[in-house]
Design a protein around this ligand. Structure first.
Ligand SMILES: C[S@@+](CC[C@H](N)C(=O)[O-])C[C@H]1O[C@@H](n2cnc3c(N)ncnc32)[C@H](O)[C@@H]1O
Length: 370
């Protein structure tokens, strides 16, 4: 069994962790990687995936917004964007396509303590509304999820508002049909959303303006089946060197096909090989900076005007070193091990300058010109 298969089959695949902004993060045992930055799962989503969009300027005048969230996990990036959509009082239609191999995480996402719930409970309501039937119609998955949500060890990671409701959900499930169960459950949450305290933000959220679709499969298979032209694409896969499947040249070519002319593709990765694959696919590529001015990711678009901080001479030099050798996945079906091995072979036979040599040489040349 390879890592991808293990990701969906192992009941002990993840654990909750607390992150520094008070929101809940996850750690994955199989890939040995965190799902969220320890400095804050919510802040990370806002800093790396939403702030760089400059939503008001670039997207708020569109009638239709098509979003593709690849590697949704427990949904921080989509939630942060939904918050922005509510904040800016965006009135158009929103379609959100969620791609995630681990279904349990998606169904868990409305319930976790994410730092959005207090001011924007309607985000969680919207997600539950979309995932509702899935949640009650799959018995084994439902039982696993219920165990996670009600375990004493996990209590502090679950939004307090949901704890008593989740207990009821279990009871209702045995008394009612699943449709009625979910209706009653959503009814409670709906009234919470429109309670006096939340009246104002709720006004901006008309449920029929949102359509959410879920794809619970390998993103490589999903992207090949899609034909939409997306305005916003989030790519939040695990670290490339640990799980390279969603960072190959062939994968970025698919994303290029799915990107509208003014689409922005965002990722947290600063990797030279990832940037090289994006450029090779046709994108204009730029760097992201966090609030403190540190590098925090990469933006790509077909429209160069949307890219604020284009890669500079140094970055473009780096992608020509051995660090810039991108991953290949010819038919989008190779195992992570095969992809890593193939890249290693190409690196060895390429005779390219090493990145460390390049960095030293570049610094020296700068000093020389200073
Ligand atoms: C870094 S985490 C994403 C965190 C997420 N954006 C969030 O806000 O919680 C990476 C996610 O990619 C998913 N994943 C890994 N391989 C995948 C694949 N081939 N297709 C789709 N999802 C995959 C994992 O299950 C995991 O949830």
């Amino acid at each position: 069994m390879n890592n991808e298969e293990k990701l969906n089959n192992n009941s002990q695949r993840y654990k909750f962790i607390s992150t520094n902004d008070g929101s809940v993060g996850l750690y994955n045992y199989i890939v040995d990687d965190i799902y969220h930055s320890i400095y804050g799962a919510r802040e990370e989503a806002e800093d790396k995936f939403v702030r760089p969009l400059e939503f008001k300027k670039n997207f708020s005048n569109k009638d239709n917004l098509k979003i593709l969230d690849i590697c949704y996990g427990i949904g921080y990036n989509s939630k942060a964007l939904l918050k922005k959509i509510i904040q800016t009082k965006y009135k158009g239609k929103v379609s959100l396509d969620i791609v995630e191999i681990d279904k349990e995480l998606v169904l868990l996402s409305p319930f976790v303590k994410d730092g959005f719930f207090k001011l924007y409970p309607e985000i969680s309501y919207l997600l539950l509304h979309s995932f509702g039937q899935e949640l009650v119609s799959n018995e084994p998955l439902y039982n696993d999820l219920h165990r996670v949500l009600t375990s004493d060890d996990n209590k502090k990671y679950i939004e307090p508002f949901y704890r008593p409701l989740i207990k009821k959900l279990k009871k209702w499930r045995y008394i009612n049909t699943s449709r009625r169960t979910m209706k009653a459950f959503l009814h409670n949450i709906y009234y919470h959303c429109i309670s006096q305290r939340n009246k104002k933000p709720y006004k901006c959220l008309k449920l029929n303006n949102f359509s959410i679709k879920t794809y619970f499969e390998d993103a490589r298979v999903v992207v090949q089946s899609l034909s939409n032209q997306y305005d916003i694409i989030f790519l939040d896969a695990f670290t490339p060197s640990k799980l390279p499947t969603l960072w190959s040249l062939e994968f970025f070519r698919e994303l290029y096909r799915l990107a509208s002319d003014n689409c922005m593709l965002l990722t947290y990765s600063n990797s030279a090989s990832v940037r090289h694959a994006m450029i090779e696919s046709g994108f204009t590529v730029g760097k992201l900076f966090d609030k403190c001015g540190r590098h925090c990711g990469t933006a790509a678009s077909k429209n160069p005007e949307l890219i604020k901080n284009k890669l500079d001479e140094y970055d473009l030099g780096l992608i020509k070193t051995n660090a810039g050798v991108y991953y290949r996945d010819k038919n989008l079906n190779q195992t992570p091990e095969e992809i890593l091995e193939e890249q290693k072979t190409r690196k060895l036979s390429s005779n390219l300058e090493s990145s460390s040599h390049y960095i030293k040489r570049y610094k020296k040349e700068l000093e020389h010109h200073a």
